[in-house]
Design a protein around this ligand. Sequence first.
Ligand code: FES
Length: 119
Amino acid sequence: MSWTRVLASDALAADGRQVVKVGKRKILLLNHEGELYAVDNTCPHLKMPMKNGKITESGAILCPIHRSAFDLSTGEVQEWCPWPPGVGKVLSMISEQKKLPVFPVRVEEGSIWIDLQEE
Ligand code: FES
């Protein structure tokens, strides 16, 4: 494990989101229903930002562009590029289906820490 301090814990509001840069990566921190998550802010489909993606009732984050759905805890693909109807199926073939990188996250000493070694 290689923990990196990324943000003061009080800088992320309840149900808040914030993108932090760690090296070359942009990591999206989410506080969702009291749980903290750290996911790559870059959608693996066409490298678009995930920051404004909705969270579904099944615990997935949707890419705001073509609505690929990724499990918030594991990053596994639940649905690949379904939007817009009809066109999404064609767009889905542009890029190989890949999971969204997710990272272990913890709060300690008043800060949020993530581990970039585990994806
Ligand atoms: S850019 Fe995210 S699903 Fe296409």
